[in-house]
Every structure is written in C-alpha cells, then in structure tokens.
Design a protein around this ligand. Structure first.
Ligand code: G
Ligand code: G
Ligand code: G
Ligand code: MN
Ligand code: NA
Length: 250
C-alpha cells in the first residue's frame, strides 16, 4: 500500500519522532519524567497519531527499527534534561521475538550516557502471555541493571491478578478507562483504590492515566496512587517544546 511504502521511507528519513507527556509524582506534584509517544511527521498528512502506523509497523516487521530510532532520540533528548528525569517507552509484544532486544537497549543507553534506572519500558499483558519465555528473559536481563518495567493499560486485558506477583514488572499503569469511569460514578473510585492497594501489597508502584481534571488528581493522590499522567498535567509535546518548558522550570 501507499502508507506502507511511505512508512518504510519515513523510517529512513527520520520522520518518526518522539513526543513527551509529563509524569507527575502525585504526593509532591513534581515532574518525574515523560512517557515517549511516537508521532509521524508526515510531509503531506502532517502529524499522525500512533494508531495510524504502529500496527502497520508491527505487520511489516519494522517496529524494532521504529523503537530503536525513538529510543535513540529520546535518550539524546533526556541527556539535555535534569538527570532525575525518567523516560518511559512503549514496547510492542512482537519485539520480544527479537533475542537482541535487551542488548540493543543496553547499547543505546551506554552510547548516549543514560543511566539504566532512568528508562522504563511499558509493556502490555499480552506480551507476557503470548511470548512468555523470551519476554521474561529480556525483561529480567534489563531489570538486573536497573531498567524498570510497567504493565500498561492495566485492568483492560487478561488481568490475571493471581500471577501478577510472578511477572517481571515494577509498576502498573491503571488504564485511563478507570479514571474516566470513576469521574462519572464516585463508587468506582473504590475500584481504583483497591487496585492501588493491591499493587502496593505486591511492592508495585502505580501510575494513573487519563487525568483530565484537578479533582481526579486529588482523589488519586488521596488513595495513594504514586504517579499521574493526563491532559490536566500536560499533553504530549515535541522535544523542542518539552526542552523549552524544562528550561523555564529551573
Ligand atoms: O498519543 P497516543 O495516541 O499517543 O498513543 C496511542 C497508543 O499508541 C498508545 O496506546 C501507546 O501505547 C501507543 N504507542 C505510542 N507510541 C508508541 C511506540 O513508540 N511504540 C508502541 N509499540 N506503541 C506506541
Ligand atoms: O500507551 P498508552 O495506551 O497508555 O498511551 C497513552 C494514550 O493516552 C496516548 O494516546 C495519549 O495521547 C493518551 N492520553 C494521555 N493523557 C490523556 C488524557 O488525559 N485523556 C485522554 N483521553 N487521553 C490521554
Ligand atoms: O509551569 P506551568 O504553569 O507552565 O506548568 C503547568 C503544568 O504543566 C504543571 O502543573 C506541570 O505539572 C505540567 N507539565 C509538566 N511538564 C510539562 C511539559 O513538559 N509540558 C507541558 N505542557 N506541561 C507540563
Ligand atoms: Mn503507554
Ligand atoms: Na495505557
């Protein structure tokens, strides 16, 4: 297809760029880092969201290239930021088929001078269900040197609570559907609170996504959720906007 041809070209032309959305420590209100979200700066269609090209990149076997480019760009940007700022990268389940994934990530961190503890990988439960052994091996290798792992979209997938303690993860990201739903029905905050308590009982940190209003941020902080993300704190922004914003901060 035309889009497929465009995407192959875009990857060599450097048109896939990282956008950065702030992650906020809810207890202090301080910025702790950014989620890296892919955007395609298409010469004709403008800025494209990942839903339009990530599945295609997976299909044509280029998601690994896309990830490597984004990681290198994000590490280069993070090098200019305060050293406590983390970066959180989305990893597709299909990437775990690549036995070189861990070594490639470590090489990029080394080459760009980014401490492994500044990197978090966001994976979905399906990565651990479908590609059990390779994903476990890759993540275990990375966690041994300080990279952390977050289970993304928590609560929407398999959500096998019994096995959560066996997974190589450090954090759950509570899906934004919970936060949106909770907005409409106060009773639903009890579910979010239960997830936070459950995660903490397993020594996992928690991030809540989709925070759009101050009230949600306040309640999430009160139920003990560690980190918040959402339009209330900031939308995903380009490297230039993010870096300028960080310069103003300090
Ligand atoms: O802004 P938003 O539209 O950015 O992102 C939509 C979805 O695309 C999210 O579920 C996110 O996890 C996914 N996504 C964004 N960037 C990447 C990426 O670099 N790799 C993968 N695999 N998924 C991404
Ligand atoms: O990887 P993941 O599925 O979690 O990607 C986060 C997605 O959620 C991205 O598409 C991002 O743009 C989007 N997003 C981030 N904050 C908000 C928010 O406050 N509200 C809504 N509706 N979407 C958000
Ligand atoms: O300093 P200022 O009033 O512009 O901050 C507004 C809010 O934006 C702050 O509460 C902060 O948490 C949030 N924020 C953090 N990082 C970023 C970022 O990189 N870009 C944007 N737009 N907002 C951010
Ligand atoms: Mn994510
Ligand atoms: Na999510």
């Amino acid at each position: 297809s035309t889009l497929e041809r465009d995407l192959r070209r875009a990857l060599t032309a450097g048109e896939i760029v990282p956008y950065y959305q702030p992650l906020i420590a809810l207890d202090t209100g301080r910025l702790s880092g950014f989620e890296v979200l892919a955007r395609w700066n298409h010469p004709r269609y403008g800025l494209m969201a990942p839903a339009a090209f990530i599945p295609l990149a997976e299909e044509i076997g280029r998601i690994g290239d896309l990830f490597r480019q984004l990681l290198a760009a994000a590490c280069a940007d993070a090098r200019q930021w305060p050293s406590e700022m983390g970066i959180s990268m989305n990893v597709s389940p299909t990437q775990f088929a690549d036995p070189e994934l861990a070594s490639q990530i470590l090489m990029t961190l080394h080459d760009t001078g980014i401490a492994p503890k500044r990197l978090e990988l966001e994976i979905t439960e399906s990565a651990l269900v479908d590609k059990v052994s390779s994903a476990h091996l890759t993540l275990t290798t990375l966690r041994e040197v300080g990279v952390t792992v977050a289970l993304d979209d928590f609560g929407t997938g398999y959500s096998n609570l019994r096995h959560l303690s066996d997974l190589p993860v450090d954090r759950v990201k509570i899906d934004r559907l919970f936060v949106e739903r909770a907005r409409q029905d106060i009773e639903n905050w009890k579910i979010v609170r239960a997830i936070v308590q459950f995660a903490h009982a397993l020594n996992l940190e928690t991030t809540a996504e989709g925070i759009e209003i101050a009230e949600a941020a306040d309640i999430l902080r009160d139920v003990g959720c560690d980190v918040g993300q959402g339009y209330f704190f900031g939308r995903p922004q380009s490297a230039a906007v993010t870096s300028a914003w960080l310069t103003e901060l300090v």
